[in-house]
Design a protein around this ligand. Structure first.
Ligand code: ADP
Length: 456
């Protein structure tokens, strides 16, 4: 800067000297004035260039592309250039920091958008500042239209409004979601978390499945207790009778027989419960173990005939049809349990001398169908979707009388799913029922007969 001042003074002195040499004192004065005027014009031009640059910078900033423009340094040198250069550097650092925090904010908002939970930011008055798509979906909000609206005006649920008014946010509340219908209830957990200076974070979480699981767990425990209590009550009644009364031996034998039936019933129930829990807890069936379907079917036939003869004097017409020797890939005990359950149901629910046809065949696409068709009473359509639920029975007393636990079809469904199969139930009242499991082609193979090997 000093050098610049010195040069300017030198130029003024030189122009004064030149003017003085040419025309004396007036010439010297004119020289100095001319040089000063030239300097002024020069500085003004530099100021104009600086102003144009600043305007350009301002425009670029307004159009939100400061990065590109800021790369250009100020177009002037000298003191002005140095001052504007420093200001320019400061501005650039500031804008870069601003840009970085902007992009960090965008990243954070994108992360919150990706959250499976709903997030609503509320100001100190409870007005919406921002919400993610999940919250908008859960609570029926419009992420842009509803900004600055009071949350209590938009979530019109008395429980939520009372929760907001009470101002105690230690725990959540559960309300019905906007999309909730009687057929498809949606339950939401909402909780407010205060932060900052009076601001609040409203989190929403879909707890429909958790609530359903909890209801199912409660129902399951109640059902198991009920199923156990009935035979236990009968058993303890008989025990008390035998302890208190002096009965003739024939009565004692009869009572012991009835007690044996009840204890057998409890044993069957416990076995079915254990089977179900094993199915739920064990890894999926491997793809290397092949089970001979003929052996499984043969065991089904033995069981079916035993049940039929136990049921009465007249036996069922039981027919086993197998179009080819097949092997199924999976767990032998599980397949046996599923097939036997279907065959036993068909015999138990079909009054003798009814007809039960068990078929195993390979379909055109390589898959295999195991089907049990009976000529029993059939099932009304409203029961069909719920048949595979645990403890669901169409006719409770009939199921119990025939030794049913209400878990047979639940076991069948589990085994089918674990083996990648599909269970279908076709039934019509008065026209019998057909239960079928289709196994995927990957789990089916034909047994190659030794004779055909030789022929090949
Ligand atoms: P259960 O041990 O009571 O037989 P399941 O789960 O095997 O339980 O079957 C559920 C209900 O489905 C049975 O209680 C019965 O009402 C009905 N059901 C099952 N199979 C048949 C069938 N072949 N014919 C008529 N009703 C059936």
């Amino acid at each position: 800067m000093l050098v610049r001042c010195f040069v300017s003074l030198l130029l003024l002195a030189a122009s004064g000297l030149a003017g003085g040499l040419l025309a004396g004192w007036p010439g010297a004065l004119a020289g100095v004035v001319l040089m000063a005027a030239a300097g002024l014009i020069w500085e003004s031009l530099r100021l104009l260039r600086l102003q144009a640059w600043l305007r350009e910078l301002q425009m670029a900033h307004r159009e939100e592309e400061p990065q590109a423009r800021l790369l250009l340094s100020p177009p002037v040198g000298g003191i002005l250039g140095e001052i504007s250069d420093r200001v320019w550097r400061l501005l650039r650092t500031h804008l870069r920091a601003q840009q970085e925090s902007q992009s960090r904010l965008q990243e954070m908002l994108a992360a919150i958008q990706a959250s499976p939970n709903g997030v609503v930011l509320l100001d100190a008055e409870g007005r919406i500042e921002w919400c993610n798509q999940t919250a908008a979906h859960h609570l029926g909000l419009d992420a842009s239209r509803d900004v600055r609206q009071h949350v209590a005006h938009l979530i019109r649920d008395p429980a939520f409004n009372a929760y907001v008014a009470a101002g105690i946010f230690a725990s959540d509340i559960v309300i019905s979601g906007r999309q909730s219908t009687p057929a498809r209830p949606v339950r939401l957990s909402l909780q407010i978390h205060p932060y900052g200076i009076g601001q609040r974070l409203l989190l929403s979480r879909d707890v429909t499945l958790i609530e359903q699981a909890e209801v199912m767990r409660r129902d399951f425990v109640a059902n198991v207790s009920h199923e156990m209590r009935t035979p236990l009550t009968v058993l303890s009644g008989f025990v008390e009778t035998l302890q208190t009364l002096d009965l003739p031996p024939s009565d004692v034998r009869r009572y012991l027989g009835l007690m044996a039936v009840q204890s057998q019933r409890m044993q069957t129930l416990v076995n079915d419960l254990l089977t179900l829990s094993r199915l739920e807890g064990s890894p999926p069936p491997s793809m290397v173990d092949w089970v001979d379907a003929s052996a499984v079917l043969a065991q089904c036939e033995v069981d079916a005939r035993a049940i039929s003869s136990y049921m009465g004097n007249v036996e069922h017409a039981i027919e086993m049809v197998q179009d080819a020797a097949l092997q199924l890939c999976g767990v032998s005990v599980e397949l046996q349990s599923a097939f036997s359950n279907l065959v036993s149901n068909a015999v138990r629910y079909t009054p003798a001398p009814g007809r039960v046809v068990v078929t195993l065949r390979q379909l055109a696409d390589g898959s295999a169908e195991f089907a049990v068709q009976d000529s029993g009473p059939g099932i009304a359509p409203e029961h069909l979707p719920r048949l595979t639920e645990r403890f669901y029975r169409v006719d409770r007393s009939r199921s119990r009388d025939s030794g049913g636990t209400g878990l047979g079809l639940a076991i069948v469904k589990h085994v089918t799913q674990r083996h990648g199969g599909v269970l279908s139930i076709d039934s019509e009242l008065g026209h019998g029922s057909r239960f079928a499991i289709v196994f995927p082609a990957a789990r089916v193979r034909r047994v190659i007969e030794p004779s055909s090997l030789k022929a090949a």
